[in-house]
Design a protein. Structure first.
Length: 577
């Protein structure tokens, strides 16, 4: 049958099982939006207040479900407004497909109104991108984009379509993507085939890795976001329990291992626990599972795990020996590799090593236990949210102190329930991501923990939340500052608080009210617990302004570039005054 290019986009998205797309219309994408209008009973479009939020929403959708998220924008500023969201997905290996429409082909390269070379702009931050120059290739490109986005190490793919391609008619033949995936791969460009290929270690490689693990005395697991992406949480638990190996987590893996498990040492790195940082430092074997040895984890690379052999398991060979030299590796899917490793691992007791781990776990900064009268302890906020909302609730964050407190204190027990921006550290990520999660899983509950600095960047999305009546509870951890930057200014810049004090509007309750959303304010622990229960149980959109002291610190802290065992656990009065 002959249909327009715009209708091909709709049919191919439906082929791929897409049920929702996030976006914002404009002139050059009008043909696709017209097709969306005609197919609104088959494919739902979520209109965000800004294109960046549409991309973050697609990202949140993908991270919560494991499926490919989709966003759309028009040319020029519409397309460039997606860039931060695409980069965020790229850094955190999140599978999204971004569709933009450019000016007509004859107008390209002529500084046409709202023209931008978006494929050139996004080349470094996409797994691959396409400019569609022939309507006959449109369907195959869309199909290939989905395969690329979700295969191997997932990531974002951008498709840019000149306007006349969306209007042109073409013969369209539907396919079954699952049954015909091999055909899609065969039709793909030869130089892209590498992104589909996933290595699988042979049995001898697996056996050697098992021997290394069985012979170690003080091993530690450094789990990364790849564990979550691979859906290998059950295998990680079985592996760790059988071998009795403590599990430290990167920021992206904070929901990969039950927080209340005795083997869990929580987060590692700059703001990691003493147990995680010292376990890495004193271990004789570091098992890195789907983790990329970020600078925020390793600190001084010359002094990272000095006493340990490093063995890395990752699906992406480019990550091996990139930041830390390894003593061995397995390249492949983590779930598959752990499944094959477990039968070869000896059931082991490591009583002396685990006793030391438990001793380190007891060493925490004293600020964890203080109960301020005229502000709220961030630890209390996290524990109260979990106590009321339960373990199945999805938690999103922006980026800053509130994000680190959530990572440090929130007792995640279920995979994919913590969704945050890791590699890029994108202020403005969390509200869009919360929208995407809630749209992907309407029966789920989402609580968004935001800093007042970050929330200034995306509070316009309250319009989206209210319009679609999404029961998201937004907790604004309000310390009246860009807290993370202020903390560095206090510690390393002589208390010169340059442009980090936010002692001016908005009034978050009045802003929420302007959008037709219920607002609450809490100035102490008792008030917070009361209003959070009311907000969460209302099952309606809500904003809570939670007052936190401007000089509340995130401890432990490893100064930038220092070894991760060089932790600041307490601050002297002269630093704080």
């Amino acid at each position: 049958m002959k249909i327009t290019g715009a209708q091909v986009v709709i049919e191919c998205l439906l082929e791929q099982g897409v049920d929702k797309v996030f976006g914002y219309p404009g002139g050059n994408i009008l043909n696709i939006y017209d097709a969306l209008y005609k197919n609104s009973d088959r494919l739902e479009h979520i209109l965000t207040a800004h294109e960046q939020a549409a991309c973050h929403a697609a990202d949140g959708y993908a991270r919560a479900t494991g499926r490919v998220g989709v966003c759309m924008a028009t040319s020029g500023p519409g397309a460039t407004n997606l860039v931060t969201g695409i980069a965020t997905a790229y850094m955190d290996s999140s599978p999204i497909v971004a569709i933009t429409c450019n000016v007509a082909t004859p107008l390209l390269g002529k500084d046409t109104f709202q023209e931008i070379d978006i494929t050139g702009v996004t080349m470094p931050i996409t797994k691959h991108n396409f400019m569609v120059k022939n309507v006959n290739e449109l369907a195959s490109i869309i199909r290939e984009a989905f395969v690329i986005a979700k295969s191997g190490r997932p990531g974002p793919v951008l498709i840019d379509i000149p306007k006349e391609i969306t209007a042109a008619e073409v013969e369209y033949e539907p396919i079954n993507p699952q049954a015909d995936e091999k055909a899609v791969l065969a039709a793909g460009h030869e130089n892209l085939k590498r992104v589909y290929t996933v290595s699988r270690p042979d049995d001898e490689e697996i056996k050697k890795a098992a021997e290394l693990i069985n012979n170690s005395k003080k091993p530690v697991i450094y789990a990364g976001g790849g564990v979550v992406i691979s859906q290998a949480e059950k295998e990680l638990l079985e592996f760790a329990e059988k071998a009795q190996i403590p599990v430290s987590e990167s920021l992206m893996a904070r929901s990969a291992f039950p927080a209340d498990h005795p083997l869990c040492t929580w987060m590692v790195g700059m703001h990691g626990t003493k147990a995680s940082n010292m376990a890495i430092t004193e271990s004789d074997l570091i098992l890195a599972l789907g983790s990329r040895f970020s600078d925020r984890v390793i600190g001084d690379p010359e002094k990272f795990g000095l006493n340990a052999k490093v063995f890395q398991i990752d699906i992406d060979p480019a990550e091996i020996n990139k930041n830390i030299p390894t003593d061995g590796c397995l390249i492949g899917d983590i779930k598959d590799i752990l499944t094959r490793l477990i039968p070869l691992i000896n059931k082991t007791e490591r009583s002396e090593w685990l006793e030391q781990i438990q001793a380190w776990k007891k060493e925490v900064p004293s600020i964890y236990n203080k109960e301020p009268k005229d502000s709220i302890n961030p630890k209390f906020i996290c524990e109260c949210i979990n106590r009321v909302a339960g373990d199945d609730t999805f938690i999103t964050t922006e980026v800053g102190q509130h994000q680190m407190w959530t990572a440090q204190f929130y007792p995640f027990k279920k995979p994919r329930t913590f969704i945050t921006s890791g590699g890029l550290g994108t202020m403005g990520f969390g509200t869009g991501a919360a929208i995407g999660i809630q749209e992907a899983l309407p029966q789920a509950r989402v609580v968004h923990i935001a800093g007042d600095g970050s929330f200034r960047m995306n509070c316009n999305e309250l319009a989206t939340i209210q319009h679609y009546n999404l029961p998201i509870v937004i907790v604004v951890v309000n310390n009246g500052a860009l807290g993370n930057v202020r903390m560095w200014q206090r510690l390393f810049y002589g208390k010169r608080f340059s442009q980090t004090t936010l002692d001016f509007g908005p009034d978050w309750l009045k802003l929420a009210d302007a959008y037709g959303i219920k607002g609450y304010r809490a100035c102490n622990a008792a008030e917070f617990e009361k209003v959070f229960k009311e907000a969460f149980n209302s099952k309606k959109p809500c904003v809570i302004d939670a007052k936190v002291d401007i000089d509340e610190m995130v401890l432990p802290m490893v100064p930038g570039g220092k070894p991760i065992y060089n932790m600041i656990m307490e601050l002297s009065p002269d630093v704080m005054n």
